[in-house]
Write a protein that binds this ligand. Structure first.
Ligand code: 5GP
Ligand code: ZN
Length: 135
């Protein structure tokens, strides 16, 4: 798609540190990593986010995430990895071309996840029904 930075990276109109490419998927190092080795896995067919991507394209992306995660983990000597996808601005998405982050993590990196809270059983049941009824 015109004016999409990740489409331009896939087409090599903008340089990137590519680590993997096949017919459907392109993977490259994030230019502003949490830790070096932080990798972005993107579908070659432009889709905005999880709500827009086809199930076929998503399956290709996740297969590559599954292949690359242990490789990034080993190459960075990380203790673990986070697999993250941000969808929409409220969830932290900055680039509107769907992508999955593979983020190397270290036991002593001091980073915290999203804050969580306890929720009562009644509220959980109400939400359970709401989600199930939308399926
Ligand atoms: P988002 O917040 O949309 O989930 O993540 C977008 C990611 O793309 C960010 O982590 C950002 O550092 C990365 N990024 C943005 N522009 C470029 C670029 O031109 N090249 C590379 N390699 N990464 C980019
Ligand atoms: Zn794009």
């Amino acid at each position: 798609m015109k004016d999409c930075i990740f489409c331009k990276i896939i087409l090599k109109e903008i340089p990137s540190h590519k680590i993997y490419e096949d017919e459907n998927v392109y993977a490259f190092l994030d230019i502003n990593p949490v830790h070096i080795g932080h990798t972005l896995v993107v579908p070659k067919v432009h889709a905005e986010d999880i709500f827009d991507i086809s199930s076929e394209s998503w399956a290709h992306v996740m297969n590559v995430v599954h292949t690359l995660s242990p490789i990034v983990h080993a190459a960075t000597n990380a203790d673990g990895v986070n697999i993250i996808m941000n969808n929409k601005r409220s969830a932290g998405q900055l680039i509107d071309h769907a992508h999955v982050h593979i983020v190397p993590r270290f036991a002593d990196d001091g980073l915290k996840g999203l804050p969580q809270h306890s929720e009562n059983s009644e509220a959980l049941t109400t939400m359970q029904e709401k989600i199930k009824n939308t399926l």
